[in-house]
Design a protein around this ligand. Sequence first.
Ligand code: SF4
Length: 363
Amino acid sequence: MSEKRYNWTKEEILEIYNKPMMELLYDAATIHRENHDPNTVQVSTLLSIKTGGCPEDCGYCPQAARYHTGLEGNDLMTVPHVKAQALRAKASGSSRVCMGAAWRNVKDGPEFDQVLEMVRTINKLDMEVCCTLGMITENQAKRLAEAGLYAYNHNLDTSEDYYKDVISTRAFEDRLDTISNVRKTNVTVCSGGIIGMGEKLEDRAGMLVALASLNPQPESTPINALVAVEGTPMEDIEPIAIWDMLRMVATTRIVMPETQVRLSAGRTEMSREGQAMCFFAGANSIFAGDKLLTTPNPDVNDDMEMFKLLGLNPQKPFTKVSQPKTVEAQDSEFQTLGEKPRWTRPGHTIERNETAKAKAKLS
Ligand code: SF4
């Protein structure tokens, strides 16, 4: 059995990443089989419960208010709407609903209360509930846990070194602080990143060092390929080759043997053969549904056809961690603190964002 390590160095990870492909795949597939059922893949449905208008400047994201991507935003969805979507997702084989809101951080108040009610509602449907709502405080993490949240997603996105080239409105430490707030509860952590944003291989390795040195390591790690959206600073970046994805998935599997590795954004660019190779290399989770927040994703029926073809089975909910209990709002032991946390906002701006702003002024 491979040993779980928290002290990987960038050099060691690069050595794994750059191995001859067949050796890399064999090593990753071996570790995968030691830790997971290789024929089971977890299926999550991502639901954008509040789209667009985000004050952050993540260079890849069409939801940032400062970029002009023609994206139609919406207000926070209602609880019945979310319930209906969750039931649809369940009927099509998803075991998890991940709700995303384009917020910088969670603010206590009626909107957060509404999200808590969504969490309660979906947990009662016996589905795993995940949220990605931006930065959260310890008290907010505890309230989400009490409502029955199964996982909280907060991606590191890239290496600490490259982070400031992608996002200038918050710092890498803010991400780690939110993850550590989630770890003060029983909620599992989902954290990964994006490749193909112009980063070096060292940055991919650096991101894996940061993720693998979290103790415990994240229960799930999404590996996204950049989907370049017109109007964002990254609009002109060419898609990465499948080989990059394969190497990244295999390396993630090797350095985080027990984590569920999720094929996320960029799957529409991948052939079925490419996806099959990724499953062989240790990916064991996908996002289902025709949209990933705002970017395209393969159709659910196509995915189920692919599963049939490959003999894969969707993972049942609560296979890895048991179902959390839901505490009703009136029985909550937590107060709304209305904290005004001081998340960092580094002062520098990034060149590409300035370019995007200038372009927007001209349009
Ligand atoms: S990735 Fe999230 S935080 Fe960044 S701009 Fe998009 S919605 Fe906002």
